[in-house]
Design a protein around this ligand. Structure first.
Ligand code: GLN
Length: 195
């Protein structure tokens, strides 16, 4: 049997830790590609929205005319993984104020919610169905305040959801691209591979 070609994984390259994700995609066996304009979305099998600053990512996405095309492709089943600011951008609401969001993931998040003295921290998390824990790096991370009925919580920290999945959408409040643990990137590649 001929080997199926490696999936092309786009990383939304408006702001944030794009390079780290591209490196992880390559290490996980995919082909990484920067995504900046709507036409780029037609050339990929999966998408990553990186961490950074969600208000900036949202504003730039609007400026580049990316909001509607992103919604359309993700709703049509483009496997998508959002980390930290990327998770916020995917969600349907924030607890305070308003900012551009895709609203494709049915949950509300509270930004920068772990408190000042806890702005950045690391810990090991148990993940639903995994034998080994994952080492999670949190940087000014959001808390998931509420989730819709279709959102599956895969991991919690202090009883709050920090890793969720809804069908083809995966989102984490932490940064797997900073630890070299390839399991979540591999999960995204597997989602892209399915018929
Ligand atoms: N605090 C940032 C925001 O609200 C997210 C931080 C991150 O992505 N590391 O967008």
């Amino acid at each position: 049997m001929p080997e199926s070609p490696a999936p092309v994984v786009g990383v939304l390259a408006l702001q944030g830790d794009v390079r780290e994700h591209l490196r992880m995609v390559t290490a996980a066996g995919g082909i990484g590609r920067e995504v900046k304009v709507p036409a780029d979305l037609d050339t990929i099998h999966a998408l990553i929205i990186p961490g950074g600053e969600s208000t900036t990512i949202g504003r730039l996405a609007r400026l580049y005319g990316m909001i509607e095309p992103l919604r359309k492709h993700i709703r049509a089943g483009l496997p998508t993984f959002g980390t930290c600011a990327g998770m916020i951008f995917l969600a349907s609401g924030v607890t305070e104020g308003a900012q551009p969001q895709l609203g494709v993931l049915d949950m509300v998040v509270e930004r920068n919610a772990f408190g000042r003295q806890n702005e950045s921290f690391e810990c090991d998390l148990a993940v639903e169905g995994w034998e080994e824990t994952i080492h999670a790096v949190f940087i000014r991370a959001p808390i998931v305040s509420s989730t819709g009925p279709d959102v599956e919580v895969m991991a919690r920290h202090d009883s709050r959801p920090v890793l969720v999945r809804d069908g083809d959408i995966l989102a984490s409040s932490f940064h797997p691209e900073l630890t070299g643990d390839l399991r979540l990137h591999r999960m995204l590649l597997a989602m892209a591979d399915k018929p």
